[in-house]
Design a protein around this ligand. Structure first.
Ligand SMILES: [Zn+2]
Length: 138
């Protein structure tokens, strides 16, 4: 399911939606260089990552859905499977949630661009071929 070349792999690894090979972000989340430190275009296939101003506003809805799902699910799990009260369950879940905000914000952008742009096998094959040629010439 998370095999290289699959959509889920590209989402998990934050890869370009069109070729599944170029990175969307310049650095990892833990590097401290900002949550939204994205490339303007794909380094491999030249796909534009910000097609129009405000493109990523839509990612807010994805982030809202992901965060709500996490909060409700985790509160229910803690409340029903431990002896903690509802308020304690909420507090623990919220603390975890606050730590997850940068990750959720990034992943919602990744999901949003993967909804907007389709995978293109022809372009992906061209990129893979070009990469193979580069490696052979080293
Ligand atoms: Zn690409």
């Amino acid at each position: 399911m998370f095999k290289k070349g699959s959509k889920l792999y590209a989402i998990r690894k934050s890869k370009c939606p069109k070729c599944h090979q170029g990175n969307l972000f310049k650095s990892s989340l833990l590097s401290g260089n900002g949550i939204y430190n994205m490339y303007i275009k794909c380094k491999e296939c030249d796909q534009d990552f910000e097609m129009e101003p405000g493109f990523y506003w839509g990612a807010m809805y994805i982030g809202y859905a992901l965060f709500s799902f996490y909060m409700l699910g985790t509160i229910a799990l803690i409340f029903f499977f431990t002896d903690l009260s509802l308020n304690q369950s909420f507090g623990i879940t919220l603390m975890g949630g606050l730590l997850m905000i940068p990750y959720v914000a990034r992943k919602s952008r990744v999901l949003w661009i993967h909804i907007a742009i389709r995978y293109n096998k022809k372009i992906a094959d061209k990129v893979a071929e070009r990469k193979a040629v580069k490696i052979n010439h080293k």
